[in-house]
Design a protein around this ligand. Structure first.
Ligand code: FMN
Length: 217
């Protein structure tokens, strides 16, 4: 094991405070967007965003994720058709009434036009194990690690000036088939990414107060 000196630039207390206020304000303006523009986005921006996510911490540094950046129109169309089939079943048959009641407040439906309008779909897969020369090596804390990477992905998308939707068509098995993934990869999240439509609207919801989500002890 080699240890390197930490690359850390000292920040004053005053700057820590103002930085923390700025990031709070900036991130509180992030919203899940369901109405996208088809305005093109440079692929390099998406690559930078994905590499920001891939810099996340992970159990034993296994980096158990794979990001499929889908820009191909035909693949997006196939994903939309398969997602809408599952979602229609979910909304009309599988979802319990309490879940439908919660979703009603968000105005969502089985229709997923954004899957073809957004210039990119980032499909995040969790990688359960690594296979080298027929030897399987297990990854650790896969859900926690991929969840953290997705949080950083969503933050990077927002900081870059783009919008996304955290989408989980249920179930997501069709993504493995359409995107031809190996057995050790399972779909985790699907995020359309791009600019918002000019008339994009978002549900009128609120976030919990500090006292509800945190305790100082
Ligand atoms: C794990 C997860 C799954 C989600 N799945 C969906 C989804 O399938 N469809 C959808 O429209 N929104 C989905 N959302 C978005 C949430 O509805 C949204 O984050 C929530 O209403 C809060 O709104 P905000 O992101 O604008 O703050 C999902 C969010 C998370 C974290």
């Amino acid at each position: 094991m080699t240890l390197n000196k930490l690359n850390y630039k000292a920040v004053s207390k005053k700057d820590v405070l103002s930085n923390s206020r700025n990031i709070l304000n900036e991130m509180q303006s992030r919203r899940s967007v369901r109405h996208f523009s088809d305005k093109p986005v440079p692929l390099e921006a998406i690559e930078n965003i994905v590499m920001t996510a891939s810099s996340a911490p992970s159990g034993a540094n296994k980096q158990p994720w794979k990001f499929l950046i889908v820009q191909d129109k035909e693949l997006k169309r196939k994903i939309r058709i398969a997602a809408e089939k599952e979602e229609r079943e979910f909304y009309t048959k599988r979802a319990p009434q309490s879940w439908l009641d919660d979703l009603q407040e968000l105005g969502t439906s089985w229709q997923k036009e954004f899957l073809v309008t957004a210039p990119y779909l980032i499909v995040v897969f969790k990688v359960l194990y690594e296979e080298k020369a027929e030897l399987k090596r297990k990854h650790y804390y896969v859900n926690e690690s991929v969840g953290i990477a997705c949080g950083m992905l969503i933050t990077a998308i927002h900081k870059a000036g783009l919008v996304s939707l955290t989408h989980t068509p249920s179930p997501m098995g069709f993504l493995e088939k359409i995107l031809n993934r190996p057995k050790n990869e399972k779909p985790f999240l699907l995020l359309p990414v791009g600019y918002p439509a000019e008339d994009a609207k978002v549900p009128d919801i609120s976030k919990k107060e500090f006292e509800e989500v945190a305790e100082v002890i």
